[in-house]
Design a protein around this ligand. Structure first.
Ligand code: F6R
Ligand code: ZN
Length: 188
């Protein structure tokens, strides 16, 4: 095979202490108003949007890669701390479009939970904290939740052609939520 047709090797620098990818080519940002419909307390979300000026919720920093079979996507997911009513800030969550594509989250900073569910409703929550790797198995939707006081930052790795299916989880929701209670973060 002619090597000109191959994607070229490259390298990327990370600040693992701070949980940052240096010089990411792309940044996706979600603010509170992007999260309408996801939290149990809709009026609390509207108050946050109004009173805090639609604050940043989370960011994804990545280096776009060809989706061709075999490439591995890597990105940094950075979720801010905060509450909507009693519910901790979270990502939208998704299945992969290629639902059999797994994903690895290596937590670099912060504390929280990875909530995962199957289409048949089985639900599992794995704690996330610095140095802990969560394996999101094929066919499991996944959402991260920041139950701490600093940003929850993970390095994510998954097949570049996996794609994201937000529609199904928007319709189904997750069967469990993580809320603040007197005894700390609680799964309800
Ligand atoms: C990629 C992945 C993460 C999330 C990120 C934001 O497959 O799981 O990089 O994309 O944590 O969450 P979502 O995509 O659910 O808004
Ligand atoms: Zn994913």
């Amino acid at each position: 095979m002619n090597a000109d047709h191959l994607f070229r090797p490259f390298a990327k620098e990370f600040d693992l202490e701070r949980g940052e990818m240096l010089d990411p080519e792309s940044r996706i940002a979600r603010t509170a108003s992007d999260m309408r419909g996801y939290y149990a307390d809709g009026p609390a979300l509207e108050r946050l949007i109004r009173e805090a000026g639609d604050p940043l919720h989370y960011e994804v920093f990545e280096t776009p890669l060809p989706e061709a079979e075999g490439n591995l996507m890597f990105c940094i997911s950075k979720l801010q701390p905060g509450l909507v009513g009693d519910e901790y800030f979270m990502t939208k969550g998704h299945y992969h479009q290629v639902s059999g594509a797994a994903e690895i989250y290596l937590c670099l900073r912060g504390e929280g939970l990875m909530l995962m569910k199957t289409a048949s409703g089985e639900c599992v929550a794995e704690p996330m904290r610095r140095g802990r790797l969560v394996y999101v198995a094929p066919h499991w939707a996944h959402r991260s939740i920041n139950a701490g006081e600093e940003p929850l930052i993970s390095l994510c790795l998954y097949p570049a052609g996996a794609g994201h299916n937000y529609g199904d989880i928007e319709r189904e929701g997750f069967p469990r939520r993580v809320v603040r209670s007197g005894s700390g973060p609680t799964l309800v």
